[in-house]
Every structure is written in C-alpha cells, then in structure tokens.
Design a protein around this ligand. Sequence first.
Ligand SMILES: [Zn+2]
Length: 170
Amino acid sequence: MDRFDCDSSLDISTMPLWNDPNCLKVRIILQHAIQHKTYENVDMPEGALDLIRMYLFSFPPLIAAEVQKNFPSVTNKQVHNAWVQLSADFWKMDEDQIISAKMLLVKLKDQADAWEFDVPEGVQAIGWGLKGIAERLREQVVEVALDATCECSLQFLNFYWIISSQHESR
Ligand SMILES: [Zn+2]
C-alpha cells in the first residue's frame, strides 16, 4: 500500500461543560494537508475467502487464478497468505513444529508410519513414511537417494528426505 506524507492527523478531546458537568463538549480536529491518491480497501473479500476454502486442496497459483476471475484486485500474495492460514486448520496442532508434527502423525496413523530414531543429546528428530507411497513401491524400488535442505523452518530445523525410484514394469 502506498504511503503519503500528507501531514494528516485526527485529534479528539472532551471536556465537561462549565454549566452542566454531566455533559461533555467534544472537539474534533481533522487535518489533511495534501490531496493524494485515495486509499482503497485492500481487505480480502469474504467471497474470495469462500473460493479459497472451496479449493483448499488445490495448488495455490491455480486457486489465485480462480479467485482473480471474480475478484481481480486480490493479489497472488493475498491468496497465498489466506491459503496458508486456512489450510493450517488441517495440519497445525501446536505452535511448536516438532510437537505439532508428532501430534499430526498420531492423528494420521492410518496413512503414515512414524519412525523413532536414536539421536545424540540436544538433537530432536522425527521421521515418517507415507504408507500409500510405500505400498505402491513394494518390491519395485530400484534406487534410493537421500537429499536434504537446511533452515527450512522457523526453528531452523533441517529436513532430509529419502527418494526412491522405480522403473515402469515392462
Ligand atoms: Zn493523507
């Protein structure tokens, strides 16, 4: 949003009337020195939020395109932020990322295996495997690779993942 050095101020003061102390005299001074481009309401329209809720499990750029068909002033970034907040209801169990992830793994135990690790003191680790993927790869994996990224979270947790590949059966 643009900001303007327009010397604007609003000053409201009250004072009891001298002849009737139960009544207040209210004085309002509104000042605005230059005429500039007017502000527009950049709040997310409720209808746009409804669309995001409807397409919550879709890909954010696709959701943004859908929202902008009906609400052209809504930006991609607004859609992304709203999508992050709305989708958090499904996965965010706690403010602490590790606790949250562990709680989510318990909740989704039918879909994911939680793995336990022996780790040195001061190290926290959680691991999981997705049963749906493992089941499809059973006895077909030809290659397994390990990859990692660091400082990918607010708590500077490192993230490692194992990727396996399979060849199409001929
Ligand atoms: Zn102004």
